[in-house]
Design a protein around this ligand. Structure first.
Ligand code: ATP
Ligand code: MG
Length: 293
């Protein structure tokens, strides 16, 4: 599939996969690809931004406020009337309008913002500072997830970006995270919480608005986990599955099948001893297993 066409398919893409398979790296690469195609891309990290800042050459973790990472702003000014400049050293993107921003969304900050927006600023601080939110989260499973996904839904509805990339937690946790809203719809009889959960479910189950991008490595465990996650995402979340990305496939290298001793003789180099040969053979097998099919 054309990368650019994929970036334009839905406004929200949730990047999922087993821990360590390259979700954050892929999210960053996709963000830049989208920006180079002229899209205004917003990367959303949960809880903490992890390795994301480093991938864009930033030392500081991202927070709840958006950070402009790269790009040619559409307008010469941002919401606050300030001129928007690409960060020093940040790669310029292609067409005007293509840019990458990033931010973190946490349940606490999302709740504070929600209450503030609804005229409950004084209550909200007390609720969070007193630890009452923790009590509520334990009593109402799924509330934290709905707060976070509700914020993503709000960003999508307000057209705050052409493409919102969500760097999701590792698969097992991610399926629970995405399916919590459905559970809350069933549990809550009415009120704003149920409405929020319903709207999140609507977003997740609309393929024109949201899809899941599954990432794996060309190895048995991550592939098995991906297959299981794909079924669960369809059954339990109802989210559309985008293409699968097999990360860490390396191009063909000549000569990996050749025995190290034979290769050394052909190159007129001293023959490696048995232990070194064994290690070279194992390294070659490992590398061969990661060839692009
Ligand atoms: N194609 C690749 N080639 C080489 N290194 C890679 C590649 N993809 C990812 N990495 C490296 O692998 C490590 C894990 O990648 P990344 O942080 O993107 O994974 P993740 O799935 O987001 O991990 P986590 O589940 O911990 O959030 C990083 O050190 C990253 O630089
Ligand atoms: Mg990550």
């Amino acid at each position: 599939m054309e990368l650019e066409a994929f970036c334009r398919q839905s406004r929200v893409v949730v990047v999922l996969g087993k821990g360590g398979v390259g979700k954050t790296t892929l999210t960053a690469a996709l963000a830049l690809a989208g920006a180079r195609a002229g899209l205004d891309v917003l990367v959303v990290a949960l809880d903490d931004s992890g390795d994301l800042p480093a991938l864009f050459g930033r030392a500081e973790p991202f927070g709840y406020d958006e950070v402009l990472l790269a790009g040619c702003p559409k307008e010469p000014e941002d919401d606050a009337g300030q001129p928007q400049e690409a960060a020093p050293g940040a790669p310029r993107t292609g067409p005007a309008g293509g840019r990458v921003r990033a931010r973190v969304v946490t349940s606490r900050a999302a709740l504070l913002e929600y209450l503030d927006d609804h005229g409950l600023r004084r209550v909200s601080r007390r609720l969070v500072d007193s630890g009452a939110l923790d009590v509520v989260s334990t009593a109402i499973p799924g509330i934290e997830e709905v707060l976070v996904l509700g914020k993503v839904k709000q960003l999508e509805r307000e057209r705050r970006a052409d493409l919102i990339l969500l760097d999701a937690p590792a698969t097992g946790h991610a399926v629970t995270f995405l399916s919590s809203s459905e559970g809350l719809v069933d549990a809550a009889r009415g009120g704003p919480l149920r409405q929020q959960a319903e709207q999140v479910v609507e977003l997740l189950s609309d393929p024109t608005r949201c899809q899941a991008l599954l990432v794996t490595l060309p190895e048995e465990t991550p592939v098995n986990e991906l297959v299981e996650a794909a079924y669960r995402l369809e059954d339990e979340v109802g989210v559309a599955l985008g293409p699968v990305v097999v990360n860490g496939c390396y191009p063909e290298l000549e000569g990996l099948e050749t025995d190290p001793a034979v290769a050394a003789r052909a190159a007129q180099e001293p023959e490696p001893d048995a232990s070194y040969s064994g290690r070279l053979r194992r390294a070659a097998e490992f590398r061969l297993a990661k060839r692009v099919p």
